[in-house]
Design a protein around this ligand. Structure first.
Ligand SMILES: Nc1nc2c(c(=O)[nH]1)N[C@H]1C(S)=C(S)[C@@H](COP(=O)(O)OP(=O)(O)OC[C@H]3O[C@@H](n4cnc5c(=O)[nH]c(N)nc54)[C@H](O)[C@@H]3O)O[C@H]1N2
Ligand SMILES: Nc1nc2c(c(=O)[nH]1)N[C@H]1C(S)=C(S)[C@@H](COP(=O)(O)OP(=O)(O)OC[C@H]3O[C@@H](n4cnc5c(=O)[nH]c(N)nc54)[C@H](O)[C@@H]3O)O[C@H]1N2
Ligand SMILES: [Mo]
Length: 775
């Protein structure tokens, strides 16, 4: 059965709204995954692909960064992992004839769904200045154009090198070396829009920007708080771990403005009970918090613990805090407790929309638990005050010594399957000096030290005429970033935009004066080089590094691997005609590295701490876990060598009367900017995406009826009206004043300079909007 692609934009007039689901996964999830897979890949390729996901000698699922269980199931994938694989392993193709038939200006009118459904890119393509059609070019010519444009820049800091989080460690390491070899640290990545706030808060407070728990800790936690995360859709395999925790007696509290299906109830398709129905109730308690209220909640929990610690006659008095841990491993407690004394319960109640009793009841659960984990994702990282919110999460955990002991810790649940590994490999606009020193030693050059642009700074630089060339290592920059109209105009100003991609997306159509499409192999595909078939490595959300090997035949014989593209470009940039190295460039044997990735791994082992014996360690099934001071030995590599309590002024969004606060989030049928399908099954939406979820009370007070059509208009201090037209209003269970709509359709509403303090992450979960009825 060959796949057939839907060829039209989504027809929003077909949209229907049905009941909201309370349970995630189970049979409908699996059946849906198989339908999507057969449709895209055909039956044989589906079976080949799906059975290799996350197996010990197979490929790492490109779906999400949740770790694999030690004991693998035969089918170690979830509905959305299967969809991610089907998107990549599809039989559909976008050959050069597609671009002859469709002009760039026509394709700009296609929506993200229609573009993504066309299939895999097959050949390098070039869009010349003034032309409206991409034409095929050889790899030599394509890379030659890119190298010439890069070398023609007056200053290497006019080049911008974006990375998305699917790129392997090997490709990411070579890529950052190329970028630094050219003389810039302009390495913005998707992480800037994702978990940057987590990295900022954790590095400052515990000395490392990564989570401190293992899967085993989740299984054995006594209390798990899940804040700002929708695992039923975005990390479905996490539900199996939660189910296991639950069986071991864990208490789970969901902290979310929306009653997300997976948090409430879960049917595990890999158990008989899950197949038959019923499933496991996951959350013992649901705190339906207002958007941006989490800092107040965690300050409230801290306040409760402090009151209990000091309350005369309380059974817990003097025993709430882990005094031994606090005294030997932390600093700053006094300032933190003083800050807790300064916040009032009245303000906490206003900020959270919860009752004091609800917060105290969660506090009681903390008191009763000897091992607590806090998990979070985008609901906590994409607010103005996200870094201070996460510092307050750390504060509460430190009070009870919940870091570096079994069943306890911080668990930022990462998004892209190798986003954490890319950062470990140096994809960061401001790597620490020790990394630069090691890189310089290994490749005999002097890497640039001034910080580069993060994502938002890169867009500002392009807008302000301070950039000339953009290269994307995966991702869909123009749709993932905020303030779509500003970003589109910024990209249009460049002389060249080039994208290393697997699938067609808007970033190929909103371009500089010239553009290149550089098609590449995906994770599922066989990667054959001079030295034979190659494997790559990835790092999951819990710092486990393991090998990934694709086995499917490549989508086209004219694809290059990401590693090969980088190595060939590096040769053009850094080698002299006689094969020597240009003065000042990093010294490396680029051909050899591209021919045998184990040579890249030996460089990584020499530069990045924790990778000694890299090759041998990934020969072991399941790979190895990187060192993590707080987790392994309660050692904290902060300036003081201690974990830091911090005193944070309480912040929460304040919305003018008649306005709503909008969060932009994912439907069940999308992977970031890739739209798999038109439904959001758990939330009851079918055949459309332009919906805005609003509380009935707000609809009544605004005089807007269910089903009404509205424009979403965002209001920001610059006075510019940013508008997303034609959304249908859906009454939904969300706190009063808080609305929700899908990304990326709503990115046009997020002002470029509305970013989180310190981390610079766009505030995609708090946009002030008004609803304007469509006449
Ligand atoms: N199938 C699938 N899997 C994915 C992705 C995908 O698009 N599709 N994307 C991947 C990536 S890159 C990432 S980063 C992750 C994203 O995973 P999530 O963070 O789960 O993704 P979002 O859809 O943005 O959902 C945010 C959740 O936080 C809640 N929330 C929003 N604001 C607040 C708040 O102020 N407080 C609290 N407590 N909750 C809030 C929302 O209601 C929602 O449940 O998933 C990864 N996995
Ligand atoms: N409003 C709003 N904006 C957001 C968010 C939000 O919640 N709200 N979330 C933010 C988050 S968390 C993230 S992570 C970003 C995501 O930002 P990105 O990572 O930039 O976006 P994706 O949609 O994941 O990228 C999809 C594209 O990647 C390419 N691709 C897929 N696999 C591969 C591969 O193996 N190699 C290569 N080279 N290319 C590949 C395909 O061409 C595909 O079209 O968006 C951010 N933007
Ligand atoms: Mo993400």
């Amino acid at each position: 059965m060959a796949g057939k692609a839907p060829r039209e934009n989504i027809d929003e007039s077909q949209l229907s709204v049905g009941p909201v689901k309370k349970t995630a996964v189970g049979i409908p999830g699996v059946v849906h995954a198989l339908e999507v897979s057969f449709n895209q890949m055909g039956v044989v390729r589906s079976a080949q692909a799906l059975l290799q996901i996350n197996q010990k000698d197979g490929f790492d699922c490109p779906g999400c960064a949740w770790p694999e269980e030690e004991k693998r199931h035969k089918a170690e994938f979830c509905e959305n992992g299967a969809k991610a694989v089907a998107e990549e392993a599809t039989k559909l193709r976008v050959p050069p004839s597609f671009f002859a038939e469709n002009s760039v200006s026509e394709l700009r009118g296609w929506d993200d769904y229609r573009l993504g459904q066309q299939g895999r890119l097959t050949d390098p393509m070039f869009l010349a200045e003034g032309s409206d059609h991409y034409v095929p070019v050889s790899w030599d010519r394509a890379l030659g154009i890119l190298a010439d444009e890069l070398l023609a820049l007056k200053d290497p800091n006019e080049a911008i090198f974006y990375t998305s989080g699917r790129t392997s460690n090997e490709a990411a390491f070579l890529y950052q070396l190329l970028v630094r070899g050219l003389g810039t640290n302009n390495l913005p990545d998707c992480s800037n829009m994702c978990h940057e706030s987590s990295g900022s808060a954790l590095t400052e407070t515990i000395g490392i920007g990564k989570g401190s728990v293992s899967l085993d800790d989740i299984h054995h936690a006594e209390l798990i708080l899940i804040a700002g995360q929708n695992p039923g859709t975005n990390h479905p395999r996490m539900l199996s771990a939660l189910e296991r925790a639950k069986k071991n007696g864990a208490v789970i509290v969901a902290i979310n403005p929306l009653p997300e299906a997976g948090l409430m109830r879960f049917e595990n398709p890999q158990t008989v009970r899950g197949m038959v129905g019923g499933g496991t109730a996951l959350a013992d308690d649901f705190l339906q918090i207002k958007l941006g209220g989490d800092q107040a909640l965690f300050q409230g929990l801290g306040k409760f613990l402090l009151e209990e610690q000091r309350r005369p006659g309380s059974a817990h008095a003097g025993r709430v805090f882990d005094t031994a841990f606090i005294e030997s491993h932390t600093t700053g407690l006094g300032e933190y407790l003083a800050q807790l004394g300064a916040v009032t319960w009245e303000e906490i109640v206003i900020a959270t929309g919860l009752t004091e009793a609800q917060i105290r009841s969660t506090g009681e659960k903390l008191l009763a638990s000897k091992a607590t984990v806090v998990c979070w994702a985008m609901g906590l990282t994409q607010h103005k005050h996200s870094v201070s919110t996460l510092r307050d999460v750390v504060n509460v955990l430190l009070l009870q010594g919940n870091i570096g002991k079994p069943g306890a810790g911080v668990c930022p649940v990462r998004g892209h399957s190798n986003v954490q590994g890319d950062r470990t490999m140096g994809i960061f606009e401001r790597m620490p000096a020790a990394f630069h020193d090691a890189l310089d030693r290994e490749f005999s050059f002097a890497s640039p030290r001034p910080h580069g642009f993060d994502t938002v700074a890169a867009i500002s630089a392009m807008r302000d005429g301070k950039a000339g060339v953009f290269l994307g290592m995966g991702g869909n920059f123009v749709r993932a970033t905020p303030d779509s109209s500003v970003t589109e105009a910024a990209l249009n100003k460049l002389s060249l935009t080039a994208q290393i991609s697997t699938k067609l997306n808007k970033s190929h159509l909103i371009t500089g004066r010239q553009a290149l499409i550089l098609p590449t192999l995906g994770r599922t595909e066989r990667d054959t080089q001079a030295g034979g078939d190659q494997r790559v490595t990835v790092e999951d959300s819990m710092s486990a590094v393991h090998a990934s090997r694709g086995r499917l035949a490549p989508a086209s014989s004219n694809l290059l691997s990401e590693v090969a593209i980088v190595a060939r470009l590096a040769k053009l940039l850094f080698e002299t005609d006689d094969g020597g190295t240009r003065p000042g460039a990093p010294v490396a044997d680029w051909d050899a590295l591209a021919g045998d990735y184990s040579l890249i791994r030996s460089h990584i082992a020499a530069v990045v701490p924790g990778f000694a014996d890299f090759e041998a360690k990934i020969d072991q099934p399941g790979g190895f876990v990187l060192p993590h001071g707080p987790r392994d030995s309660r050692s904290f590599s902060t300036a003081s060598g201690l974990a830091h309590f911090t005193a944070n002024v309480l912040e929460y969004p304040k919305v003018p009367a008649g306005r709503l606060l909008l969060q932009t989030l994912r439907s069940h049928d999308q992977y970031n900017t890739t739209i798999y399908g038109k439904d959001d099954r758990y939330r009851g939406i079918k055949n459309g995406r332009r919906v805005v979820f609003v509380n009935q009370t707000d609809m009544d007070s605004l005089g807007i009826a269910e089903g009404a059509m509205v424009d979403l208009v965002s209001e920001w201090r610059d006075g510019v009206d940013r508008r997303a037209p034609d959304f249908r209003v859906v009454a939904y269970s969300t706190p009063v004043g808080c609305a929700a709509a899908y990304y990326p359709e709503t990115n046009v509403l997020v002002p470029l300079d509305s970013t989180a303090d310190i981390s610079g992450t766009p505030t995609s979960k708090s946009v002030v909007i008004r609803l304007e009825p469509v006449a």
